[in-house]
Design a protein. Structure first.
Length: 555
């Protein structure tokens, strides 16, 4: 290996959970060992992931031309890469080119994810230099009512799945006379195939803090809670570290940025119940109770946490707010189609060749996302279906892949966008088994408070089993339809109310799979995906460096 003596180089290696699960920490250790042997200074910055998960761990080297990417890199590749001149951006089979110019990334419209993968997540200097706090500063120069009006005018809708206009929810809380109000962020990201909340918390945590602080100013809240599921140890550690740093720099606490705003933020960890993704169940859990759904009314905006007016928004909703305030409502509203304004962070998962994060304006088609960005199936077999919107979303056949990603267009087609998760299946999938899984999942995750969800899901599994077995098929198909109607109309929340959606879509688009079970296809064996290795949570505050340190700015 050639000796680049005393050459100082900056290298970015993600600390994102996905990258760590496939060896990013080991790559850092190999770089550090090489730096020690080669007698050269190496500044290793642990950034978030750019979202190209099939290329992780992706190493980025800062060069005069820009950041050059290499990936996927293993610890065993490091010496050969250094010998080939990686620190100068030299050619190598793993060289990807200038990261910002990679077509997969360059074609996106990154608004919420603009800094993710670009900065050190816990560097206040990086955050401010890349536009951080601009939204909060703009908001603090406005009255609360004007902030609410700006968010309303932008057309921002809740990204947690319901798509309810954020500005209307905020105005309801603002109009409440109660002196004690709360802002709660629901980061209980439990939908299958979703990981955007985790990635933005791990890659740009100050953005969420800024968004929650703007919400506090807008509605008159003095305290906020961030509810994260326990399966996200890295996100928990990163957010706790970012909150500590924010307090030190006057971004949280009393007189934020020299203003009259007092607001503090706390992390609370949930036990992993899917039902706590529903806002009232989350509030019950925050109060120290079992996570069960509350009847509405009253709505949380009027009687929420501890009976007080409460803003409850998803991570992606709150992390979009600073951009809306910084650039103005019109700039955000100019993106998107119809009533679906701005961008959505789509998450490509399942049997897909290029899984990861795609942020783009509403209106892109499902086919563009799956085939152009995703590259089709990982197995190489033909596409058969995609489930959009989590485990309770509809299964869409390839004939519907030209459907635009738009709340209203999906609702009209009997589907939902949900949190933006897209799980892809090839032609070997058994759709009767998938329909059964929806009912089984509901039975497992139901809070048990209402009979249609608690009992209906169990009966649903039994009825589907009878249909597949050929037992009184017509009668049981009619019974299943009645059961779906009952669950949709009678359940207290979306858990039971949406469970019929995947079942009905499977029956409608893939009826043959219910005729005695789908015959297993004679398919060639596909190389199995390697299991994810166990990882330890990252340290809360200190970024990993091989040598040297970068100073932190104070906004």
């Amino acid at each position: 290996m050639k000796n680049p003596a005393h050459v100082a180089a900056t290298v970015y290696v993600p600390r994102d959970s996905a990258a760590r699960s496939v060896g990013a920490d080991e790559v850092v250790e190999a770089l550090q060992r090489a730096a020690t042997r080669g007698d050269f200074a190496l500044d290793v910055v642990r950034n978030g992931s750019r979202g190209m998960l099939w290329l992780e761990p992706m190493v980025e080297v800062v060069t005069p031309r820009g950041r050059v990417g290499y990936g996927p890199v293993t610890a065993e590749d490091v010496d050969a890469l250094l010998a080939a001149g990686m620190l100068d951006g030299a050619d190598h089979p793993l060289r990807l080119g200038l990261v910002d110019e990679l077509p997969w990334l360059a074609r996106q419209t990154r608004v919420t994810f603009a800094r993710v993968g670009v900065i050190d997540p816990l560097s206040t200097q990086d955050y401010v230099e890349h536009g951080g706090l601009a939204g909060l500063r703009a908001a603090l120069d406005m009255t609360p009512a004007d902030v609410v009006a700006e968010v309303t005018e932008s057309g921002l809708r809740g990204r947690g799945g319901a798509g309810f206009p954020a500005g209307i929810k905020w105005k309801t809380v603002l109009d409440c006379a109660d002196e004690l109000k709360f802002v709660c962020c629901n980061a209980d990201e439990g939908d299958s195939g979703t990981f955007a909340d985790r990635m933005v918390m791990e890659g740009d945590p100050f953005l969420l803090i800024e968004g929650m602080t703007i919400a506090a100013h807008a509605v008159g809240a003095s305290e906020g809670y961030l509810y994260i599921r326990s399966e996200y140890p890295d996100a928990i550690a990163t957010m706790r570290g970012a909150i500590e740093v924010a307090r030190e720099h006057g971004w949280l606490g009393r007189s934020i940025l020299g203003s009259a705003l007092d607001f503090d933020l706390h992390v609370r960890v949930g036990a992993g119940a899917y039902i706590c993704g529903e806002e009232t169940s989350m509030l019950e859990s925050l109060e120290g109770k079992r996570g069960t759904v509350r009847a509405k009314p009253p709505i949380p905006a009027i009687e929420g946490l501890f009976g007080r007016p409460t803003v409850v928004n998803n991570v992606l909703t709150l992390t979009t707010v600073p951009v809306v305030l910084a650039n103005g409502a019109k700039a955000y509203q100019d993106l998107g189609v119809g009533r679906s304004r701005g961008t959505q962070v789509f998450q490509l998962g399942g049997n897909i060749a290029r899984g990861g994060i795609v942020e783009t304006a509403f209106g892109i088609t499902l086919r563009e996302l799956i085939e152009d960005y995703g590259g089709g199936t990982r197995s190489g077999r033909p596409l058969r279906t995609a489930q959009v919107g989590g485990p309770l979303g509809a299964y869409l056949p390839t004939s519907m892949f030209d459907l635009p990603m738009d709340y209203e267009a999906f609702a009209e087609a009997g589907a939902m966008l949900g949190h933006g998760g897209i799980v892809v299946f090839d032609d070997s999938v058994d759709m009767a088994a998938q329909a059964r899984f929806a009912m089984e999942f509901c039975a497992e995750e139901s809070c048990g408070k209402c009979t249609p969800c608690r009992v209906g899901s169990v009966r649903g599994v039994e009825v589907i089993d009878k249909i597949v077995a050929g037992t009184h098929r017509d009668e049981n198909l009619a019974l299943l339809e009645d059961l779906c109607d009952l669950m949709t109309d009678g359940s207290l929340c979306a858990m039971g109310g949406l469970t019929p959606m995947p079942v009905r879509s499977a029956l409608t688009h893939f009826p043959d799979d219910f005729l005695g079970g789908r015959r297993l296809l004679d398919i060639q064996a596909v190389q199995p995906i390697q299991p994810v290795q166990a990882i330890q949570p990252v340290q809360a505050i200190q970024p990993v460096r091989a040598s040297g340190a970068r100073t932190e700015g104070t906004a």
